[in-house]
Design a protein around this ligand. Structure first.
Ligand code: AMP
Ligand code: MG
Length: 531
């Protein structure tokens, strides 16, 4: 396997002088060098061939035994310099101090033939100085979820870290899945994640909270130079107040874009702590995430968040902004003025508003763009979607088949075109039907006035309303099979999710609404952080 490494992060940023793996506080350092743990019998479960392609890996590389060894941490290639990043974070609203890569070990930065830098990171490759009381390992269950969801999100057009591979370690890992005092052994696995960098808001918070301002400046200059070259090019000093101000506004805009995509596809991250916020505006750290089934803005998949519902679907934009305020606080020592950072927060709000409106217009096929009166249409839509349990994904996809120029009857829409979106058809009472009726009438009128043909509207809607998402229960069925030794559904799902906007005749099964048995099943409707 022939990969070229240029390890800018470890070459240019301050290292922890100690290589002791035991849990400890690490000061004045951006990372600690740490070797992945060897495992007893690594075997490759699945590989995302597109990601292998980005890295210029050949089919032979991917099929080799060496691949399973390297991407489970059992063999280091020449040029790799494995390390764990130091970062802090606000968890559920409170500053938690040092966190760091407790079970992620970066291997280094690959320089691809096209000149891109891509960092490789193994998740679940053993303990690091940041593992606190935990083991640094990952179970197959959570690794299948991270692997499939990263790739599903990418193919949906959502900014995300990528997943190269899913490898079984051959070892067993003890987990108390429901935190109820019933630990059990589960198969261990390692996912190799790929992104330009895994720097998070929390990396900046760590230095800032400790008053390690030289290191904060170094990290910020490094991040701007390597990941935001268009900003660095404009400033002699990439950590000058002006450069940092621009950088912050750009992070804010990218974060807004990412959240708009989450809202578009019905993704709920579940743990939007600042240590889980990528500085590149990528979706990162797939833990107890979930996909909206019935449209419910109050839903959170994370059982740890069940009381407060801080990270519920409908609150993700506000939390992203709150997280940006924490990043602003962390960067403040480099600027020492509030106004420029405030402007960045406003850049988030403006970008979010504008992109959200464009996104909603696109979802509804309003090809003439968002108009002021559409605010009412959309708030009525959200009320309608909650009048009876309505599958978000199926609803939008099927709405494209409702006739507006050649209007179909509202009753026929409800009873045929949209019927599969309703979880409880018996609940389609006269009252509910009349809410849907009214909305469909308003919608058809709005669309007809825009002059778009029904056929052209369907084409445009099908580009933004996916038919296939990683439904919570589908991931769980794939996990149940994998735990029983059959990895075929993992591979099949990876394939279906490659083309989420295509009709894919023969694969309709994967687009169906959640079956009733999955309504309250663990792993399908609720997830813990245990992974
Ligand atoms: P999360 O919110 O799941 O991204 O994790 C929060 C922190 O806990 C991060 O610093 C993780 O590295 C750490 N962590 C989570 N699970 C483990 C584990 N099994 N072993 C070590 N550290 C972990
Ligand atoms: Mg995390």
């Amino acid at each position: 396997m022939d990969l070229t490494f240029d390890n800018r992060f470890t070459d240019e940023l301050p290292a922890d002088p100690s290589e002791v793996v035991a849990p400890r506080q690490v000061h004045h350092a951006a990372y600690s060098r740490v070797a992945p743990k060897t495992t007893s019998a690594p075997t490759t479960v699945a590989v995302a061939s597109e990601v292998a392609g980005l890295l210029d890996l050949t089919d032979d590389d991917v099929a080799s035994e060496q691949f399973a060894r390297v991407f489970s941490g059992n063999e280091l290639l020449e040029g790799m310099d494995p390390f764990a990043m130091a970062y802090a974070g606000h968890q559920f609203g409170n500053f938690a101090g040092q966190l760091g890569d407790g079970r992620a070990i970066a291997l280094g930065e690959v320089v691809t033939a096209s000149g891109d830098h891509l960092m490789l990171q193994l998740k679940g490759a053993g303990p690091t100085p940041y593992s606190r009381r935990a083991d640094g390992l990952a179970v197959l269950r959570s690794s299948v979820r991270e692997f499939l969801c990263s790739e599903a999100m990418h193919h949906l057009g959502v900014p995300t870290t990528r997943a190269l591979s899913l490898v079984r370690t051959g070892d067993q890992v003890l987990r108390d899945m429901l935190y109820d005092g019933n630990p059990a052994y589960e198969p261990g696995a390692v996912v190799c994640r790929v992104a330009p960098t895994f720097i998070r808001f929390g990396n900046f918070e760590l230095f800032s909270s400790r008053g390690e301002i030289d290191e904060l400046r170094q990290l910020t200059a490094f991040t701007i130079r390597t990941e935001f070259p268009e900003i660095a090019a404009k400033h002699d000093d990439p950590a000058s107040p002006e450069a940092v101000t621009e950088f912050f506004a750009e992070v804010a805009r990218r974060t807004a874009t990412m959240i708009v995509h989450w809202m578009r596809v019905g993704f709920v991250h579940g743990v939007m702590n600042t240590d889980n916020m990528s500085i590149l505006g990528l979706t990162i750290d797939y833990g107890p995430y979930g996909w909206l089934e019935d449209f419910d803005p109050g839903w959170t998949p994370n059982t740890t968040d069940a009381g407060q519902k801080r990270y519920r679907y409908g609150q993700q934009p506000q939390i992203a902004q709150w997280n940006l305020v924490q990043l602003a606080n962390a960067l403040y020592p480099l600027i020492e003025e509030v106004d420029p950072l405030q402007a960045g927060i406003e850049a988030f709000a403006e970008a979010f508003e504008a992109e959200w409106q464009d996104m909603m217009a696109a979802k509804l096929g309003l090809v003439d763009g968002w108009q002021d009166a559409d605010g009412q249409l959309v708030s009525d839509l959200f009320a309608m979607l909650q009048a009876t349990e309505t599958d978000m994904t199926i609803f939008y996809r099927q709405l494209a088949n409702v006739g507006c120029v050649a209007p179909t009857s509202n009753d026929a829409d409800i009873d045929t075109t949209l019927i599969d979106a309703f979880y409880l058809p018996d609940e389609l009472t006269a009252e509910v039907r009349s809410v849907i009726h009214d909305w469909l009438t308003a919608y058809k009128k709005r669309v007809a006035a825009s002059g778009v043909s029904d056929a052209a509207r369907k084409v445009s809607m099908d580009l933004v309303n996916p038919k296939f998402v990683l439904r919570n229960y589908l991931a769980q069925v794939a996990i149940d099979k994998a735990e029983a030794g059959d990895d075929s559904l993992v591979v099949e799902l990876l394939d279906v999710l490659r083309k989420p906007y295509d009709e894919q005749p023969g694969n309709e099964y994967f687009a169906e609404r959640r079956p009733e048995w999955a309504r309250t099943k663990v792993g399908c409707s609720m997830l813990s952080c245990s992974s």
